[in-house]
Every structure is written in C-alpha cells, then in structure tokens.
Design a protein around this ligand. Structure first.
Ligand code: FPP
Length: 232
C-alpha cells in the first residue's frame, strides 16, 4: 500500500517545552510553531494531500493563563489576515472546525471571510481546529440533528456525519502527534476511528518537512484492514 493519505490530522504539541528549553516565553514556541505549520501546509499542497487538519486550539486550552490565550489569539488573527491572499492564490480551501462562537468576534469575522473567499478552491483543504474538542463537536452534532426533527430510525452513520463540523470531508487517515505524548486528546474522535497513528518525540517547532514526509512513508507501509481480513 503506497497511496497517499487523503486526510492528515496533526496535533502540534510541544511548543511550550521547546520555548522553556531555550529560556524563552511559551509564546515564542507558538510563534515558531506557526512557522512550522506554514511549512507543513506548503508541502501538503505540493504533494497533493486533499485535507490537512491542524489542531491549533482545543476547548481545554481556554483554561490556560489569560495572557497566553490572548497572545495565541493574536497570533492566529495575524496569521489569518496576512496569509489569506496566499491561501486564495494557491487554491487552498480554508475551513475551521470547532465551537466558533467562543472565539473573539474579530477572529470569527476573519474566519467567515476566509471560508467564503476560498470556498470554491479545489486544491488542499486546510482545516484549522479552533476552540475544538471531539466530544463537543459530537454533542453539537446531536443537538443539530435533534433540532432538525429527525426520527431515531433515520439516523445512520452518514446522516450523523453530515451534522459534524467536518461534513463533506473524508475520514482522517493519518494522525501525527509531536512531542512524545501518545494520546488523541479529544481530536477528531469520530473521524479518526480507523486512523493510523504516528507519534514522534520531536517538539512541534522542530518538526520539519522531511519528518512529515517520513510519517507519510511510515503510513504507506501500514496494512489497513478496517476490522476485516485481507484476501491472500
Ligand atoms: C501545543 O503546545 C500547541 C498549542 C496549544 C498551540 C498550537 C498553535 C500553533 C502551532 C500556532 C498557531 C497555528 C497556526 C496555523 C497559525 P503546548 O503549548 O501544549 O506545548 P507544551 O505541551 O510543551 O506545553
């Protein structure tokens, strides 16, 4: 099996530890992390990945100290405003998953604009998970389903998926997590049911394009059975 994963999810972990090791403030780790995110977006576009989902801010992250949260929000705002033209020109479709209502209004506005302006692009779909948790997404999907007046017998996997934030996107094939932690941490819980997992000790600000390509090669060597047996 050597086909490319259609959808890659990345848990960009270790920014704080990277900064601490260098005697820097945590936000410097996030700044450097944002640069790495740009590299990985570029290489995903170049090699023809369909969907790249980056876990940029979890619902749990709201509990971090106020100054870290506000500086992260500023970083995201600057990133989205300055990169928007490039996203449009490069043919990237931009999308956010997560509880957008919790985000500052200015960021919601920028997100809505970026989603609208890139909606017809057909190269890479770049998904940012912001104010996101898989359980929260599932609960919001259930609420949406119930308020649509659906009858219990009408609920199938596909009707349910159509109410998730990721509606219309393929399931995630490969989840990469940096920094040595071996957890999923509430990321794409439904969509990752059969995802291959790749863990690396590398801290996110040190994660290179080459290591990203290595993770993809590792994925290509896996045997995906989806619970069945392979015919011989
Ligand atoms: C986890 O590291 C990382 C985050 C909570 C934020 C991730 C955000 C970015 C990489 C920047 C924004 C991205 C884009 C696309 C502009 P941590 O702080 O939990 O690290 P630690 O576990 O070492 O403390």
């Amino acid at each position: 099996m050597d086909s490319l994963p259609r959808h890659i999810g990345v848990i960009m972990d270790g920014n704080g530890r990277w900064a601490k090791l260098r005697g820097l403030k945590r936000i410097e780790g996030h700044r450097r992390g944002a640069e790495r995110a740009k590299d990985i977006i570029r290489v995903s576009l170049d090699i023809g990945i369909e969907v790249l989902t980056l876990y940029a801010f979890s619902i749990e992250n709201w509990q971090r100290p106020d100054d870290e949260v506000s500086t992260l929000m500023e970083l995201l705002e600057v990133y989205l405003s300055t990169e928007l033209i490039d996203l449009i020109q490069e043919g990237i479709r931009f999308r956010v998953i997560g509880n957008k209502e919790k985000l500052p209004e200015q960021i919601q506005h920028i997100i809505n604009r970026a989603e609208e302006l890139t909606k017809d692009n057909n190269k890479l779909t770049l998904v940012l998970a912001l104010s996101y948790s898989g359980r929260d997404e599932i609960l919001r999907a259930i609420r949406r389903l119930l308020s649509s007046g659906v009858r219990p017998e009408e609920i199938s996997e596909s009707t349910f998926e159509n109410h998730l934030d990721t509606a219309g996107l393929p399931p995630v094939d490969l989840i990469i997590r940096t920094s040595g932690e071996m957890r999923i941490s509430n990321f794409l819980l439904w969509q990752g049911a059969y995802a291959e997992l790749y863990f690396t000790e590398t801290l996110w600000p040190d994660f290179t394009k080459d290591e990203f390509l290595l993770a993809i090669q590792d994925y290509q060597r896996r045997e995906r059975r989806f619970g069945t047996v392979l015919s011989t």
